[in-house]
Design a protein. Structure first.
Length: 57
């Protein structure tokens, strides 16, 4: 973490500099907003959906 080559939080691919998308994800475990990095908006949305499903279990 903290390096300039970031990985997508969902698919774990490396993201080219300047192409990363940051999204604040509501974390159901810690009950706070955490900024995560994704390769695309699509992956950000899937990740957010999956984490909210975990909350229901
Ligand atoms: Zn991705």
């Amino acid at each position: 973490m903290g390096l300039f080559k970031k990985k997508c939080e969902y698919c774990r691919k490396k993201i080219k500099r300047g192409r990363e998308i940051s999204k604040k994800i509501n974390d159901p475990v810690f009950k706070n907003l955490k900024e995560k990095t994704f390769c695309s908006l699509e992956h950000a949305e899937i990740y957010e959906k999956e984490i909210s499903l975990k909350k229901c279990r």
